[in-house]
Design a protein around this ligand. Structure first.
Ligand SMILES: *[C@@H]1O[C@H](CO)[C@@H](O)[C@H](O)[C@H]1NC(C)=O
Ligand SMILES: *[C@@H]1O[C@H](CO)[C@@H](O)[C@H](O)[C@H]1NC(C)=O
Ligand SMILES: *[C@@H]1O[C@H](CO)[C@@H](O)[C@H](O)[C@H]1NC(C)=O
Ligand SMILES: *[C@@H]1O[C@H](CO)[C@@H](O)[C@H](O)[C@H]1NC(C)=O
Ligand SMILES: *[C@@H]1O[C@H](CO)[C@@H](O)[C@H](O)[C@H]1NC(C)=O
Ligand SMILES: *[C@@H]1O[C@H](CO)[C@@H](O)[C@H](O)[C@H]1NC(C)=O
Ligand SMILES: *[C@@H]1O[C@H](CO)[C@@H](O)[C@H](O)[C@H]1NC(C)=O
Ligand SMILES: *[C@@H]1O[C@H](CO)[C@@H](O)[C@H](O)[C@H]1NC(C)=O
Ligand SMILES: *[C@@H]1O[C@H](CO)[C@@H](O)[C@H](O)[C@H]1NC(C)=O
Length: 563
């Protein structure tokens, strides 16, 4: 059946994104691989939280490959007109490069160096998306990134105003409204050198020399205090994890390689965690959650390619340590309310890691409040393994606790400035995880330099914000930043996922995805991603609102808000 509403596209509300005074749009700069938003000490892009004026208003926030970044389009549902998100591809006659031009039902490709228009005459596809608000799933509560040693080192080199823009961009509601930060207990790979507490004296079971935090921690604490103030956060959730103990506690006596905890230090290693929690609280930076250790398999099987600080565990060993040492030590202390997350490793360890722990110590899982997953092998492993773990442990939170691009041999190491594809990889991954029980996502380094470091083993990767560590006067917000932000900014704590389905998606390779949420104020937030080089028409059928029609530009993603 042919839909007729396309006919009125040209009578459509075209809403200007300019709201006087209040808006700070992206200062878009083209780079070799795409566009970034540039911030300096005096300018940075922000968007006030959109408010829905009344129950007939709809707000669409959009970002696109072609240069939209958090562009706001508003419409009126009572007018029953389709809502078009304008992108310059629709309107600009002076294309610099290849572009897709859309005119009513036709689309054509215009090449920069060919005068003639190359018509492809493709018709624009219509997708039906049903939104069932009554069907509710998990809450979404956690969004954040990591304040590693590398991040701390880079941020402190920036002028104060620019430091504040980093904090505000991530943590303020006008930025992308993170509420959580991850940090290492001791050092991690994104540090200038490996380190731990009580490296000396050796074989010091009682940790007699771990009486205060390291100067590197004190710097991070000052930065976190500033971040909380600039972000206007009442509460900042801090999640901490250890990468490696001092080498004397390990079977191989080294920071890395095949090495596990010597059994005589099981209680010492639990005490080490407790001391860290107590010292952080004493500095008025209490820790919200810890994990049982970063990527335990790095010191068991992955040491062939992982050359940074690690501590190997098998699930059986870890269950013993958790149920005999860490669990009781934390739960019987003044830090008993600190949450404990298990695994903190790749998806391929699910759900067998927990099953093996359970066989080794039948009470070990009772010490865990949550399950932590790293995203690095998500492309190879189906999310069904997460569903299984959730079915076995339905009351435990599930968080993604680390993600970045550029770690694989086949990927460009370090940042690819402006890469929309990398943003799309994040968009697909967040969408998938939230459709599979995740309660939140903590990304990796908040910022990195142009090279993707510093990293003491040169394991360079990308980050949502890249710092110009040469001039120290600019930072670049990557498409990844906006991919994450389309979720984190618009999903305040206590948002709940609701049922959404693309009704007639017959081709599994069609790059259209959706995930929906109900926010605490009752409004709906849908995140829709169009991965095609063509615009698409979307007809939303909301169980309480009826039909809402949208036209979305090529290679774009959107947060659609309505009551
Ligand atoms: C900062 O960026 C703004 C916006 O692009 C620009 O007007 C201003 O001149 C820049 N400031 C400096 C010191 O470069
Ligand atoms: C494509 O559309 C153009 C413009 O309407 C028309 O001239 C051309 O004949 C069409 N080509 C095909 C193969 O339908
Ligand atoms: C979905 O269904 C509508 C009408 O039922 C149709 O117009 C549209 O072409 C379909 N879309 C796809 C991608 O099959
Ligand atoms: C305690 O640790 C500090 C470094 O943090 C070191 O300088 C000092 O020598 C250590 N004390 C002993 C007794 O090893
Ligand atoms: C758990 O293990 C302990 C000791 O191995 C055993 O005594 C107890 O019966 C087990 N509990 C259950 C519920 O299997
Ligand atoms: C742990 O093992 C017990 C049986 O000993 C079983 O009832 C329970 O479902 C298991 N839990 C998980 C999460 O596998
Ligand atoms: C969200 O759900 C998880 C898992 O069921 C639960 O542990 C947590 O307490 C919930 N958080 C909030 C803020 O409701
Ligand atoms: C960093 O700033 C320097 C000096 O202004 C400039 O030459 C360089 O291109 C900038 N780096 C990036 C990645 O833009
Ligand atoms: C919209 O969804 C409802 C169920 O929530 C269904 O009854 C109705 O037929 C749908 N409308 C259209 C036009 O698909």
């Amino acid at each position: 059946m042919k839909t007729h509403w396309l006919g009125f596209l040209f009578a459509v509300i075209v809403i200007s994104a300019v709201v006087l005074g209040k808006e700070f749009p992206c200062d878009l700069r083209d780079t070799k691989h795409g566009s970034v938003c540039v911030c300096n000490s005096t300018y940075c892009d922000y968007l006030e939280q959109p408010q829905l004026a009344d129950s007939s208003q709809i707000v669409v926030i959009s970002s696109s490959k072609d240069g939209l970044r958090f562009k706001k389009t508003t419409g009126d549902l009572s007018e029953k007109k389709p809502i078009t998100v304008d992108d310059k591809q629709f309107t600009d006659e002076n294309f610099k490069a290849e572009a897709i031009v859309v005119d009513e039902q036709r689309a054509w490709l215009q090449m920069a160096n060919i005068r003639q228009r190359l018509f492809i005459n493709a018709s624009i596809k219509t997708f039906k998306i049903s939104v069932k608000r009554e069907q509710k799933y998990q809450n979404i509560s956690i969004f954040g990134g990591a304040l590693t040693g590398a991040v701390s080192h880079l941020v402190k080199q920036l002028p104060e105003e620019l430091q504040d823009h980093v904090y505000r961009s991530y943590y303020h509601p006008d930025g992308i409204a993170y509420n959580t930060v991850r940090m290492s207990i001791g050092g991690c790979d994104f540090d200038i050198a490996p380190w731990a507490y009580n490296e000396w004296p050796r074989n010091d079971e009682k940790l007699s020399n771990f009486t205060e935090l390291d100067p590197r921690d004190l710097e991070k604490i000052d930065q976190l205090k500033r971040l909380k103030a600039v972000g206007q956060l009442d509460e900042l959730k801090i999640m901490a994890a250890a990468w490696s103990p001092p080498p004397w506690m390990k079977t191989n006596g080294r920071w890395t390689g095949y090495g596990q905890l010597k059994s005589e230090y099981y209680q010492t290693w639990a005490l080490y965690h407790l001391k860290f929690l107590e010292l952080m609280r004493a500095k008025n930076m209490p820790i919200w959650a810890i994990s049982t250790g970063n990527e335990p398999l790095n010191g068991v099987i992955a040491f062939f390619f992982v050359h940074f600080m690690s501590l190997g565990w098998t699930p059986k060993q870890q269950a013993i340590w958790l149920s005999d040492n860490l669990g009781p030590t934390i739960r019987n202390s003044a830090e008993s309310k600190v949450l404990i997350f298990g695994d903190d490793d790749q998806r391929y360890t699910y759900p067998s890691w927990f099953e093996k722990m359970n066989t080794s110590r039948n009470n070990s899982l009772s010490y865990l409040d949550g399950l932590a997953v790293h995203w690095y092998f998500d492309d190879l492993i189906s999310p069904q393994v997460i569903d299984q773990a959730h079915m076995q442990m339905p009351n435990k939170m599930i968080l993604n606790t680390e993600s970045c691009i550029g770690d694989k041999p086949w990927q460009t190491h370090g940042p690819v400035l402006g890469s929309w594809q990398r943003g799309e990889a994040y968009m697909r991954a967040y969408t998938q995880d939230f459709r599979h029980h995740f309660n939140g996502w903590i990304d990796w380094n908040l910022v990195l330099d142009e090279e993707g470091g510093p990293n003491y083993v040169k394991n360079f990767v990308d980050a949502p914000i890249i710092v110009n560590a040469t001039s120290r006067d600019e930072i670049y917000k990557q498409p990844i930043f906006y991919a994450i932000g389309h979720f984190s900014k618009f999903l305040p704590e206590q948002s709940v996922r609701i049922e959404t389905r693309i009704e007639n998606q017959t081709n599994p390779f069609t790059q259209l995805s959706v995930v929906g949420f109900q926010r605490p104020d009752g409004s709906v937030a849908l995140i829709i991603y169009n991965g095609q080089n063509m615009p698409v028409d979307v007809v939303l059928n909301d169980s309480q609102r009826g039909e809402i029609k949208l036209r979305l530009p090529p290679r774009s993603w959107h947060t659609v808000l309505y009551k």
